[in-house]
Each structure stands twice: as C-alpha cells, then as structure tokens.
Design a protein around this ligand. Structure first.
Ligand code: UD1
Length: 341
C-alpha cells in the first residue's frame, strides 16, 4: 500500500481526498498546521474510515519539521499539495504573505520529495488561471491570462514552478488539477466545509443564510451577459473532486520514466447561474432562501465552465454527482454543525 502525504489534509478538499485515498487502498498521511482547519476533522475522518489517519501538526514551510515527517513515514510514494492560503480578497491585502506561503510551501515539498525519493505529486490548482476565457467550455490548451489577484497569481506561478522543474528532468512526476467550484460535503455529514468567519464562497453563504446565521444572500450582479444576468460557474461535488486525485495518482504510477507533467480540468462540464443554484438549493432541501441583488463583486469573471474531455480520456475520471446532491449534502452538513453547536 502506497503512502501519500496530504498537505492541508484537514481542510475541505483535503479531508474528502483522505477518505477517497483510504478507500482506494492508499495510506494517507496528513500534514496540516491547522491555521484554517479544525482538529475535530480527524474525528469525522475516523468515523468514516474506521481508523484515525496519521496526522502531523506541521507547517509545510518548516523544512526541518517537514523533513522529519518524510524520514519517519518513509518510504513515501508521493504527495498531494492542498496546503495554501485561498481567500482571493485577503490576498489583495496581504500579497507578500500569499506569495511567501503558497510558493515556499510548494518548493519545500518538492525539495523533500526529491530528497526522499517520493516521485508522484498532485497539485491543487484552480480554473482561476484561465481568467475570463474567450471560448467556452474552457480546455487545458486555453491561454493562461494575467492573474486578477495575488491568490490567482500563486496558482499560476506554482504550476510554472512544477512545469519548469519537471522539464529539466528532476525526478518528479506531477499533475496539476484545475478545480472549478467545489461544493457539497461527505454524504455521511461527518466532514464538510468549515469557513472561518463570513464565508466568501457562495455555497457556505447559502447554507449559513438558510440556517439563519447570516442575512439574505447578496447576489453579486444581475447584469452579466448570461441567461438570467448572474454569473455562471461549474459547481463540482467535493467527493467527485476528491476521486480525481486518486485517479491522478494512479495515472502517475502508470507513467513510464522519471519525470512527467500534465494538467487536467476538474469540473462537471456544466455551467449554472447564481440564481439557478439558489433554485436548485430550494428544490434539493425544501428550504426557502431569501436573496437580494447587489452590485457586481470586483474580480468576478462573467462565466466559466470546464471542457472535461481530457480528464475523461486521460484520467479516466468524470463527475458523477449532481448539483442538487452537492447542495443537499452541504445542507445536511450545515444542519449537523448546528446540532453540535
Ligand atoms: C472563488 C475565486 C477562485 C477560487 C475559488 C475557491 C474569486 C473571483 N474567485 O471562485 O479564484 O479558486 O473561489 O473556492 O473570488 N456569489 C454571490 N454572492 C455571494 C458569494 C458568491 O452572488 O455571497 C457569486 C459570485 O459572484 C460567483 C458565484 O457566486 O458568481 C461563485 O462565487 P464563489 O463561491 O465566491 O466562487 P468564485 O468566485 O467562482
């Protein structure tokens, strides 16, 4: 059974990926500094997996401590790198912290992977690298447009660092997964999204508003060139997204040679407007939402959704779960949080 380091494994996408790795016969080892996650996630993981995953309270920028994890856990087959700062707005306020944390943690991880002979790397990237694409659906050959924020810039730069490092023949095999908009929670409601403070993202805002914890939803603009004037996104269930990481590791294992790099979109291939999401939430849960139309949010692209041919053919992966399932699972998770509070 191959051991996989999962940086940020206590986070939203990381924790769901730990579950899927375990189910696929890998041994996940979490490395997380808990700066934006909660230790209770480990209880949720244990409830689902029937065993408590190994977990190190380590910042990936701390070379010595991270080195010790590789030494203790070795041999390690690879790593999935989720650990990063991810708030777009905050990145505009704190660009240097974003560049230092997001770039340095990747470089430290790659250094240790080469040092310890752990060749397979999966990197958490984002469809934000495409900006507003000229043609939709957007595919992996579409140009990388100038980043709209330091956060987006870190994703572009990290992809470039991996590409350059592998292109000069370093013994690393890597895949960047460009996520569209992750939503949902594990169907058991034992793990899910835990945003700190007021959520920036649509779905946690919807579930908290539905629970009475937040005011009515503010829809950011209804004068876009879309069917109902609100922005279009590709909402992908986090369990489907987690499974794409397993497929990426399995693909890297099959790849011949010592060095390799590729990129895949991870979305459903469908675009939905904000108002469609609100209606789908009401249909999936029976809970009525209140919303108001507000001004556009700076930095939002009008519409984006994925072309998924390459991930279907190359990774052997496609999304299985619907928008309604994602919204229903997110709501069950929110209700469970309320019961615990
Ligand atoms: C955002 C980031 C993206 C990042 C992703 C991580 C921006 C511009 N992009 O994606 O780079 O990878 O988060 O999760 O921030 N909306 C409302 N009201 C709300 C919240 C959102 O109308 O209260 C709308 C937004 O305008 C957007 C859609 O809902 O059209 C989705 O927004 P959000 O969940 O924040 O994701 P993105 O902005 O697509």
């Amino acid at each position: 059974m191959d051991k996989i380091i999962v940086t940020g494994g206590a986070g939203f996408i990381g924790s769901h990926t730990v579950v899927e790795l375990h189910e696929a016969g890998f041994i996940p080892v979490i490395v997380d500094d808990f700066s934006n996650s909660d230790r209770k996630v480990l209880d949720g993981l244990e409830a689902i997996m029937g065993t408590r995953p190994a977990c190190y309270d380590v910042d990936c920028n701390d070379y010595a401590a991270f080195d010790e994890v590789f030494r203790k856990e070795g041999p390690v087959k690879g790593a999935i790198h989720f650990a990063a700062f991810k708030a777009v707005g905050e990145s505009v306020q704190k660009p240097i912290q974003y560049f230092r944390n997001n770039l340095n943690s990747l470089v430290t991880l790659m250094d240790l992977m080469v040092k310890h002979g752990a060749p397979d790397l999966v990197f958490s990237s984002s469809c934000t690298v495409y900006g507003q694409p000229e043609r939709l659906p957007v595919n992996e050959r579409s140009p990388i447009l100038p980043a709209q924020s330091p956060y987006g810039s870190t994703k572009q730069l990290c992809e470039e660092i991996i590409k350059q490092t592998t292109s000069v023949g370093q013994p690393l095999k890597a895949i960047s997964l460009r996520y569209f908009n992750p939503i949902g929670a594990h169907p058991s409601a034992n793990i899910g999204e835990l945003p700190l403070g007021t959520p920036n993202n649509l779905i946690p805002f919807i579930t908290q508003s539905a629970a009475g914890l937040r005011p009515p939803i503010l829809v950011f603009g209804n004068d876009y060139n879309t069917p109902d004037g609100t922005c279009v996104r590709d909402y992908i269930h986090v369990v489907d997204l987690a499974k794409a990481h397993v497929k990426a590791l399995q693909l890297l294992d099959r790849v011949e040679g010592k060095t390799h790099y590729d990129v895949f979109n991870v979305g459903t291939g469908r675009g939905n407007t904000v108002l469609e999401v609100i209606k789908a939430f009401e249909a999936a849960t029976g809970v009525k939402l209140e919303y108001k139309i507000g001004p556009r949010r700076a930095g939002d692209v009008e519409k984006i959704y994925a072309e998924v041919d390459k991930s279907r053919d190359g990774l052997g992966w496609k999304a299985e779960l619907s928008l309604e399932q994602g919204l229903g699972d997110a709501w069950r998770w929110q209700q469970k949080l309320l019961q615990k509070a």
